[in-house]
Design a protein around this ligand. Sequence first.
Ligand SMILES: [Zn+2]
Length: 63
Amino acid sequence: MPGNQRACETNDTVVDERQKVAGRCCECGAVYSAWVLSDSTVQPIGKKDGCRCGASTFEAISQ
Ligand SMILES: [Zn+2]
């Protein structure tokens, strides 16, 4: 008797703030999964310090 199937309501409404893209380092060309923030900043996911080359400027790659 399946009586506990009301787990469908997750946080799907919080999606419009940022967009997931591929972000490429402007210095060395390394590509990371990244967020595009509301001010168009491209921020690599899980890379708070920026690229491994030390740069912190990225551009979004449109496919
Ligand atoms: Zn780099």
